[in-house]
Write a protein that binds this ligand. Structure first.
Ligand code: 5GP
Length: 126
């Protein structure tokens, strides 16, 4: 079910549990600012989620309230993961769903990193 993308932060959300090690993930990368892991239901040959370590509900929350070091560290981590996965040459897509209109389901900010194939048009058109 889609969430609003606005607070308060729910520490029982699934990505908070992954960060605390309470449920497993297939980790790709971790540093002080970010954790990257395989999406449980991949929608492309490469589908990795990158999440900040801090408790941010959505991109709106992260962009408005995270510190400069967290924003820089997280952004660099996303780029680093893309490089680790060998996607720099062929390219990749980043996507962050914010709130109900975008269909955000997990209320912890995350960036989807898609690659490994031609990814088609930017938005699904029904
Ligand atoms: P959203 O719709 O919020 O942008 O994306 C949430 C993503 O989280 C979905 O792609 C979904 O497959 C993924 N996801 C949900 N629960 C889990 C989980 O327990 N583990 C992992 N690795 N991914 C999850």
């Amino acid at each position: 079910m889609a969430v609003s993308g606005r607070g308060p932060y729910d520490p029982q959300n699934v990505f908070a549990k992954i960060l605390r090690g309470e449920i497993p993930c297939r980790k790709v990368y971790e540093n002080d600012y970010a954790l990257a892991f395989q999406d449980i239901a991949p929608q492309a040959p490469v589908h990795v989620l990158v999440i900040p370590k801090g408790p941010y509900v959505s991109f709106a929350d992260f962009s408005q309230t995270a510190g400069d070091a967290e924003i820089a560290g997280f952004t660099r981590a996303v780029g680093h993961v893309a490089g680790l996965l060998g996607l720099d040459e062929d390219g990749y897509r980043l996507l962050a769903n914010m709130g109900v209109a975008a269909g955000q389901e997990v209320p912890h900010f995350h960036v989807h990193l898609f690659g490994g194939a031609a990814l088609g048009p930017m938005l699904h058109r029904s």
